[in-house]
Ligand binder design. Sequence first.
Ligand code: SF4
Ligand code: SF4
Length: 125
Amino acid sequence: MLAFECTKCGTCCYGKGGISVRRDEIERIAEFLGIESSSFISRFCDEKYGRFSIKSGEDGYCVFFDKERQCTIHPVNPTPCSSWPFYNALLKDPDNLDAAKDACPGINPDCSFEDFVRQAKEEGY
Ligand code: SF4
Ligand code: SF4
């Protein structure tokens, strides 16, 4: 049984401060956009305690979310985006997986914890 297939609903791209981005990811995304890392940080990042996260726009969505195209930096998006939903917290605790099923329509509500872990392994997590 397929445990996860993104429906591209955009729910996980909504909200403030949730998407942390590392320095190496900042450099990679800035290169993808053809701008300097410093410019990327000042235009698109919030900083708290020396850590960066991607800003959200006035509509509450991540600044890189487009309703037609979804993630406009998809090939280089940060780890929290590219690895969802195969997070350690969900791979170690069935209760966390159940909670995530309510939040993400891409997670098959009928999948078992074992199905989910199996797909994660198959995808290299
Ligand atoms: S970087 Fe892309 S996938 Fe991640 S929250 Fe922003 S639009 Fe969504
Ligand atoms: S909430 Fe789930 S299904 Fe919707 S875009 Fe995010 S990963 Fe895909």
